[in-house]
Design a protein around this ligand. Structure first.
Ligand SMILES: O=P(O)(O)OC[C@H]1O[C@@H](O)[C@H](O)[C@@H](O)[C@@H]1O
Length: 243
């Protein structure tokens, strides 16, 4: 293996928790309003199963659409500049992003220390590195975390939109990162905490898919394509060097 392709939220930084909290607040407000208007029971967003199955690792609009579909709700797509009050896929996504930006500004971005140690180790070993994230806030999060310089390439939600790349579980964003680095996917390892992300790594024919389990879903990560599962990237070091 010559190359490491890292997901961001939940792998390098503890921001899966930030996204999850913003999604819960946004979806619960929407679902409770809708339930009241329709006279049906309010079933809140489940930060465990709903987040992991329908939202984690997916581009913002894909997450809204996929979760609402699981509740039998189909909304118009709208456009990315929809108002936060618009009852559209993009409007709901924009509402969630206001919260994410607020959390980033409040300093809620934390790294996983084991991941930073691992990043330094693979770079010291001469390996190539890139971050591959569904998030359009990837660069801001990398900066807030102080790790932007440790990654040679960035393929994120902004790049995917500009280049028309489908998001995870499609492999296209990981393949684009490998191409930018000029490496064969067979020589690259993918590091992912999301089910959609390990699926993308498997679908892209990457040499190795490392599942990173922060929430106790190791079996699901394996079932969706992880070759091994660790709970911290530091487990992959042997005497300070990547195994
Ligand atoms: O809304 P953003 O910042 O573009 O992020 C999109 C998605 O990015 C992924 O990395 C996260 O796992 C998701 O929770 C998030 O929804």
């Amino acid at each position: 293996m010559t190359t490491c392709l890292f997901d961001l939220d939940g792998v390098l930084t503890q921001t899966a928790l930030v996204h999850n909290a913003a999604w819960k607040e946004t979806f619960d407000a929407y679902l409770s309003r809708r339930a009241a208007a329709e006279g049906t029971p309010f079933v809140p967003f489940d930060s465990g199963s709903d987040y992991l199955k329908y939202v984690d690792g997916r581009q913002r609009a894909d997450g809204v659409r996929t979760f609402l579909a699981s509740r039998g709700i189909l909304l118009p797509e709208g456009t990315p500049d929809d108002d936060v009050d618009a009852e559209t896929v993009n409007g709901i996504g924009n509402r969630k992003n206001v919260l994410v930006l607020q959390y980033i500004a409040e300093g809620k971005v934390q790294v996983y220390p084991g991941s930073v140690t691992y990043l330094h180790a693979v770079r010291d070993a001469g390996m190539r590195t890139a971050v591959v994230s569904a998030s359009a806030n990837c660069q801001d999060v990398l900066r807030a975390a102080g790790i932007e310089d440790l990654l040679e390439e960035r393929v994120d939600g902004v790049v995917a939109r500009a280049e028309g790349l489908p998001g995870k579980p499609a492999p296209d964003t990981f393949l684009a990162a490998a191409k930018r680095l000029g490496v064969d996917p067979a020589n690259a390892a993918v590091f992912e905490d999301a089910l959609a992300g390990v699926e993308a790594g498997r679908a892209g024919g990457f040499g190795f898919v490392v599942g990173v389990d922060r929430v106790g879903h190791a079996d699901a990560l394996r079932a969706h394509g992880a070759d091994i599962v660790v709970s911290d990237l530091a487990e992959l070091l042997d005497g300070g060097e990547p195994r």
